[in-house]
Ligand binder design. Structure first.
Ligand SMILES: [Zn+2]
Length: 271
């Protein structure tokens, strides 16, 4: 059975099934088949547009949204005039945490809490700024430090999945494509499973991020660094940031579904 009508037209009379290669078809045909299969899979497959393009579009929209929201509220100063770094230190202290240093890190939106070194790193536009955006982001990162200090379970789970997820995101797609190309269904399914680890990571990231933001908002109120208006504005910045994680998970899930369909279809084609 042929792979697609496109291959039939371009390759009339030549066997293109991977099964034929296993049975000893010439290498040249395998190469042509491989290239056409990649073209088929990557370009001509309508499922590609159904699953992958919307995911990418969502990710790009969320990136734009967080960048523009951050920029907008970077120009709105808070009345208390505390910098991001001061807010972070104040929240840490008021929660009895004295062993988490607050450092300055280059880049934009590169703010993060590093659980391995127990260090809070704030980007240039956050560290020394007194804007609503800076204060919100700084408090969010402290939210992660509080999660760590209190042994918040989803954060622990997330840290456990990290290495597997990194390998899965890198090797999963290669294994799926290689499996499809050489007709090894087992390898392709293994690729799907490995890739699923990355999707699981994106899923576990959601509660971790939402929780850090709600902790941030509560802490901003506790230390009295924002007024009612500023509270709402900081919330908008953190909501925009959260959307990037939702988009990341949606894209990963769509990608996973695409691979599942690809491998399932591969089994049908080989019958
Ligand atoms: Zn976060």
């Amino acid at each position: 059975m042929s792979i697609s009508p496109i291959l039939d037209r371009e390759n009339s009379g030549v066997a293109v099934s991977p099964v034929d290669w296993v049975n000893g078809a010439p290498v040249r045909i395998v190469a042509i088949t491989a290239i056409q299969k990649v073209r088929h899979t990557m370009i001509f497959d309508p499922m590609y547009f159904v699953f992958l393009i919307p995911g990418m579009a969502f990710v790009m929209f969320a990136q734009w949204k967080v960048t523009s929201t951050f920029k907008k509220f970077s120009n709105v100063p808070t009345n208390r005039k505390m910098t991001g770094a001061q807010v972070a230190e104040e929240i840490l202290r008021s929660n009895g945490i004295y062993d988490v240093p607050v450092e300055r890190v280059p880049g934009q939106l590169s703010d993060h809490y590093d659980p391995r070194s127990r260090t809070l790193r704030l980007s240039e536009p956050v560290y020394g700024s007194t804007s609503v955006a800076a204060v919100g982001v700084a408090a969010h990162e402290v939210g992660h430090a509080l999660q760590h200090a209190q042994g918040y379970a989803p954060l622990k789970l997330r840290s456990t999945i990290v290495p597997v997820a990194n390998i899965g995101n890198m090797l999963g797609p290669i294994m799926v494509i290689a499996g499809v190309l050489i007709g090894l269904t087992g390898l392709a399914w293994l690729g799907v499973i490995v890739f699923a680890a990355g999707t699981a990571f994106a899923l576990v990231t959601l509660p971790v991020e939402f929780n850090a933001s709600s902790r941030a908002m509560a802490q901003l109120t506790n230390i009295g660094v924002v007024d009612r208006t500023e509270y709402g504005q900081a919330r908008k910045v953190l909501n925009a940031a959260a959307l990037t994680y939702v988009a990341g998970f949606a894209a990963a899930l769509l990608n996973l579904m695409y691979y599942v369909l690809l491998v399932t279809g591969m089994g049908r084609r080989n019958e």
